[in-house]
Design a protein around this ligand. Structure first.
Ligand SMILES: N[C@@H](CCC(=O)N[C@@H](CS)C(=O)NCC(=O)O)C(=O)O
Length: 241
């Protein structure tokens, strides 16, 4: 059970009931990059879950009881436990559902994944600033900075000589950073990976992964969403439904 493409719940909607036994719930938004990482982990691990989409431009009052900061993703268990912050939700899922581990057991390898994630942490704010800059000609400095950060990730892959960031198979770190790369084309930022062949191969390999491909969104849909989201439209989160 998932309903990842259900319409979002907004102000005035009834709060959802308790999470049924045997399921975990994720409060999400169809286009949220952070919630996508959580949904990728839920899907990759085959965890039975339900998705409740939140209208982030017209949030239901009850949602602040799930997360006072009003951000998605949030996980809710059948015992009423609430877990927020995407990286924390992903690590929680990996520990709470230990079949098919996505984080390495080896402490050093795990630390390496966290170091890559820390290095990646400069990318989301840059992409967000580029998205919000009205006059795209003013973006050249930001694009240069983004290119520099992306080059650091390219170096990780070339030093490791592996297809994925944690080795030759997909693991947690790949799911944590993928959503930003999926949106490069829709944001007309593909040039940032023009000179990073290892990252390009990684992106191609990611798209072939059944979990990643099950949650892909097409470029036009992303662009339609960005357009409405930047206008603060309450229709943004349900774009295309
Ligand atoms: N650090 C948070 C960031 C989550 C986040 O920014 N989510 C956005 C949607 S992509 C959100 O809920 N925005 C609503 C708002 O800013 O009010 C995480 O990793 O979970």
């Amino acid at each position: 059970m998932s309903r990842g493409s259900a319409r979002s719940r907004g102000k005035g909607s009834a709060p959802p009931g308790p999470v049924p036994e045997g399921l975990i719930r994720v409060y999400s938004m169809r286009f949220c990059l952070y919630a996508q990482s959580t949904r990728l982990v839920l899907t990759a691990k085959g965890i039975q879950h339900e998705v409740i989409n939140i209208n982030l431009k017209n949030k239901p009052e009850w949602f602040f009881k799930k997360n006072p900061s009003g951000l998605v993703p949030v996980l809710e268990t059948s015992q009423g436990q609430l877990i927020c912050e995407s990286a924390i939700t992903c690590e929680y899922l990996d520990e709470a559902y230990p079949e098919k581990k996505l984080l390495p057991g080896d402490p050093y390898e795990k630390a390496c994944q966290k170091m890559v994630f820390e290095s990646f942490s400069k990318v989301p704010p840059l992409i967000s600033r580029i998205l919000r800059t009205q006059n795209k000609e003013d973006c050249s400095g930001l694009k240069e900075e983004l290119h520099k950060e992306i080059t650091k990730l390219e170096e990780v892959l070339t030093d490791k000589k592996t297809t994925f960031f944690g080795g030759n198979s997909l693991s947690m770190i790949d799911y944590l950073i993928w959503p930003w790369f999926e949106r490069l084309e829709a944001l007309e930022l593909n040039e940032c990976v023009d000179h990073t062949p290892a990252l390009k191969l990684w992106m191609a390999a990611m798209k072939k992964d059944p979990t990643v491909s099950s949650l892909l969104t097409d470029v036009k849909t992303f662009q339609g969403f960005f357009n409405l989201y930047l206008q603060n439209s309450p229709e943004a989160c349900d774009y295309g439904l």
